[in-house]
Design a protein. Sequence first.
Length: 112
Amino acid sequence: MDADQVARNDAIYRDANERIKRAAEDYDVSGRLPFICECADPECRSVVPLTMSEYEEIRAHPTHFLNLPGHAEGADHYAATVRKADGYIVVEKVGEAGEVAEGLDPREARHG
């Protein structure tokens, strides 16, 4: 898998998580929410429970993605782990993958 495909796969999951976030806001849901692992594996359907503030901390950077531990393996030359938390890690897409990921960020499109 090349850098472009890795970033695009991650962005698909990020877009799904943005819809989860909006639905939680629309229905005033609080507590831990079921966000989807944003790894590059197109078959991954793992769920990571996060609070809205935990999710927002990740989304503050357009090149940061939510992964379960071990899910960055195989695409690790396109990403670096920037933070480990209880039950999940945050990876930053680097190089071409980072550029593609930033370009596909729905929040950047709205604000950039």
